[in-house]
Design a binder for this molecule. Structure first.
Ligand code: TYD
Ligand code: ZN
Length: 431
């Protein structure tokens, strides 16, 4: 029996198993890939935590044969998933530049103007909204259920509701602040199970010519670049543009525009306007939808090939790392990313192979990686550099390799895990 056929009786209190497609309502699924049970990607342990009590949940991807939504089978209760949320938007050059780009795009292409209201769901510590305030002079409001993050944002001058964005929140915001010219969700929409309620809320909160803009990992990039480690319990959905287009039109919205982005291994910034508003669908949207069809993304074969490549890359990576360790080399992880949790757990790499992981996030330092229990160190606490770093934050490869050119020149190499494991050594010119 496949997991998504589980009867409701087997659904425990914190996991819901998907039967109906959250986009189109179909129940016809293709099983794409199953990684077995994996702990939560951001569930870093305290050294004093009992390892025996660490929970793991099924991590499996299915594809809807009707609309080609890629979905996880297991939806972990957000209360469990985000209770101890250690994810903070990376304090990196790459991300700061990206956030400025998003704000400038809204200003230059979509005419966002001074004084317009921008509401962001999943606003984290407020960096993106600060970029909007700076580039546009917009009024800003964040919505983020993680109280610790909402407080940090408030301290930085970004008003933030410590809440989930749903239709009730949207109504309350409209009542108190008026309608929004832009509702933005960067890397949060793919985390949402009840997308219908969020879209209903967004539609109500938007001005007639406002835009609902989301940034999500692009299913085509996931498949083409083999970014399979971006599969973890927080990411419930991987969208094609054609799938989103179908979703928007079901909820009184029209797809307006799309922009492909390099962040997080390949993402799309997709904007939708009210179906009764003035925005029309851009040529870029039509072209991508046609390319998805022509590229085979509406058929099973594309996803079967993906699963085969994932298994091969994983086996190659494990062989490479174990080979280096067997030769007496010391290997450590670089960037204790959420992606890293998937990668290490499904490839079977643990503290047997990796001595430690470095990470710049204070909330992760001094803790252990989920499932694999590798100690996380601040980069400054590494007393002796290893021979190789496995780059678990490969989405920042360029920035990191440039920053670590001295290590590369004087010590050793970086193993970049995807799309296929490669070892980078020697001088890397700074950008
Ligand atoms: P991130 O890209 O935010 O992705 P994920 O969603 O997979 O967690 O994770 C990157 C991690 O890498 C984050 O914990 C911060 C860390 N990091 C470093 O340790 N050094 C660096 O130079 C950069 C850019 C990130
Ligand atoms: Zn569907």
């Amino acid at each position: 029996m496949s997991t998504h056929d589980r009867t409701p009786e087997s659904t425990d209190d914190v996991v819901r198993y998907v039967t109906t497609c959250r986009v189109c309502g179909s129940e016809e699924w293709q099983e794409v890939v199953s990684f077995g049970e994996v702990p939560l990607a951001n569930g870093f342990l305290e050294v004093t935590d009992s390892v025996a009590q660490e929970r793991a949940y099924p991590l499996e991807v299915i594809s809807c044969r009707e609309c080609r939504l890629l979905s996880l089978t297991a939806v972990v209760d957000p209360q469990v998933l985000y209770r101890t949320y250690s994810y903070v938007t990376s304090d990196s050059e790459t991300m700061a530049r990206h956030m400025r780009t998003v704000a400038e795009l809204a200003r230059d292409r979509y005419g966002l103007a001074e004084g317009d209201l921008v509401v962001e769901l999943g606003s984290n510590t407020g960096d993106q909204l600060l970029a909007f305030r700076e580039a546009v002079g917009a009024r800003v409001l964040g919505v983020d259920p993680a109280r610790n993050l909402a407080r940090i944002a408030e301290d930085r001058g970004v008003p933030t509701l410590p809440d989930y964005f749903d239709s009730a929140t949207a109504r309350a915001v409209a009542g108190e602040h008026g309608k929004a010219s832009l509702i933005l969700g960067r890397h949060v929409f793919a985390h949402i199970d009840d997308v219908a309620d969020v879209l209903a809320g967004a539609r109500e909160l938007l001005t007639e010519d406002g835009l609902f803009t989301i940034e999500v990992p692009y299913a085509v990039d996931l498949v083409e670049r083999l970014a399979f480690d971006t599969i973890y319990h927080e990411h419930l959905s991987y969208f094609l543009i054609s799938t989103l287009d179908r979703l928007f039109s079901r909820h009184g919205l029209r797809t307006v525009d799309v922009e492909r982005l390099a962040v997080h291994g390949g993402s799309v910034l997709v904007s939708a306007g009210r179906a009764d508003g003035r925005w029309q669908t851009s040529e870029r949207v039509r072209e991508l939808i046609a390319a998805e069809r022509d590229g085979g993304y509406l058929s099973d074969a594309r996803y079967e090939a993906f699963a085969t490549r994932v298994r091969r890359t994983c086996a190659d990576l494990t062989a490479l790392v174990r080979g280096l360790v067997a030769q007496g080399h010391r290997v450590a992880g670089y960037g204790a990313s959420a992606k890293g949790t998937t990668l290490l757990n499904i490839c079977g790499l643990s503290s047997e192979e990796l001595e430690f992981c470095t990470d710049t996030t204070p909330q992760k330092q001094g803790r252990l990686t989920p499932g694999t229990h590798i100690p996380v160190l601040a980069p400054g606490d590494v007393t002796e550099q290893p021979d190789y770093y496995l780059l678990l934050a490969w989405n920042y490869a360029e920035e990191i390799l440039a920053k670590e050119s001295r290590f590369l020149n004087e010590h050793g190499g970086f193993i970049v895990p995807v799309p296929e494991p490669t070892v980078r050594t020697g001088a890397v010119s700074a950008k």
